[in-house]
Design a protein around this ligand. Sequence first.
Ligand code: SF4
Ligand code: SF4
Length: 288
Amino acid sequence: MKIAVASGKGGTGKTFVATNLFNVLSGRGERVTLVDCDADAPDDLLFFPAEKISETEVTHQVPVINKDACTWCGRCSNWCNYNAIFYVPTAKVIEVIENLCHGCGACSFACNSDAITEKPVVLGTVTSFRTDRGYPLVEARLRVNEMSPVRVIKAAIKEAGEDGVVILDSPPGTSCPFIQTVDRADYVLLVTEPTPFGLSDLRQSVETLRTMNKQCGVIINRADIGDSGVKNYLREEQIPLLGVINYGTDIARSYSEGRLITEESEIMTGFFAGIADKIISEHGTGSN
Ligand code: SF4
Ligand code: SF4
């Protein structure tokens, strides 16, 4: 079973939830893998002593334009949805902006003059680790300057395989990296905070997940310092509220120092174990 832990915005506690779920399940000896899909800023590894097992580069194909063969028709530039081809026919200028290229191949397809070939460019890496408890942790990391982590995320999820429970720590937001992550998930656990910003981003996440027919539930983090808007929304939309975490300096301190609250608090261990058990029993393979 794949569980994605996601949030409409950064800073809500998504990584806090993902790492502690992983810690609780691995602590119980269950088959579980953690995949850090937040390829722009992966940090799950900070919480686990781990040994590096392997590292793979992820590449994509970017176009190379032969200006001698180019007829300056402009089709490649028109077909590019990402504005990655800078084209000024009057000045006979045509350049590929590699950082903007998503490697979709549309420009090569569009060119009728055989003026475009392709070359591989490294987008990022997928690195496999084994934690001190012997559990797999896979990290997607986008190369500095690259814009789209989608292929790196896909490769990391593939690397994790299908064994047991796979926890996907999703990138924040609701754009392509989020879609790519939750698309692979059987269940999406949304982490939010009880503020107008949290509610606004939660709505976007829920609406996106509904278009994808994904089941989801919500944890409200820092639940005691906001307003009731999120709870009212969940009630109106009949979205399961799986748990609330109140603000606590013990939690904030241990997290900021790179420690796991489930190593320090039996109450929080029970909280995360309860959430994992509920999701797995209701939505895992073999559940009704
Ligand atoms: S491969 Fe796709 S994204 Fe890249 S330049 Fe060509 S059309 Fe644009
Ligand atoms: S489609 Fe081909 S011929 Fe036309 S501008 Fe692009 S590279 Fe040149």
